[in-house]
Design a protein around this ligand. Structure first.
Ligand code: HEC
Length: 118
């Protein structure tokens, strides 16, 4: 488990991480959420919305398997963002698949900061 995630999860009010050089930026997370990442093999561009959609209060649909994904928004799905291990696991996997690399600690914090507001 990365300390950054824990700090983001625990900071209830201002999303500023003590001891780090960056502040969590939910607006940046929102922008990154819909950013399209073209694929070199000319298949469809990928974004977080490919599986989770734009409205996080609604269920998503896995672009490869077609399986329904429960809403990510904690406002309608209180189990979301409660398990740091699960968050790290899926951010690792989803960043690699969507963006083609692992996300930085700052990017992950922004994504979580954004999802938290939904
Ligand atoms: C290929 C489909 C797919 C894409 C694209 C995708 N995800 Fe996911 N994501 C999943 C699946 C599947 C799960 C785990 C199933 C579940 O929790 O319902 C998941 C789970 C998560 C979780 C765990 C939430 C929790 O606490 O339960 C987070 C956070 C997350 N995704 C963020 C992202 C971000 C950020 C992006 C874009 C960089 C992204 N996802 C792109 C399929 C996807």
């Amino acid at each position: 488990m990365k300390p950054t995630t824990v700090l983001v999860l625990m900071s209830a009010g201002a999303l500023v991480l003590p001891g780090t050089s960056f502040a969590v930026n939910p607006a940046a997370g929102a922008a990154a959420w819909i950013q399209e990442h073209p694929q070199p093999d000319a298949s469809q561009a990928r974004s977080c919305t490919s599986c989770h959609g734009r409205d996080l209060t609604r269920p998503g649909r896995h672009v490869k398997t077609g399986k329904v994904i429960e809403p990510l928004a904690p406002s309608v799905n209180p189990r979301r963002l409660t398990d740091p291990k699960k968050i790290e696991k899926w951010l690792l996997r989803n960043c690699r698949w969507t963006i083609g690399r692992e996300c930085t600690a700052s990017e992950k914090a922004d994504f979580i900061g954004f999802i938290k507001t939904q």
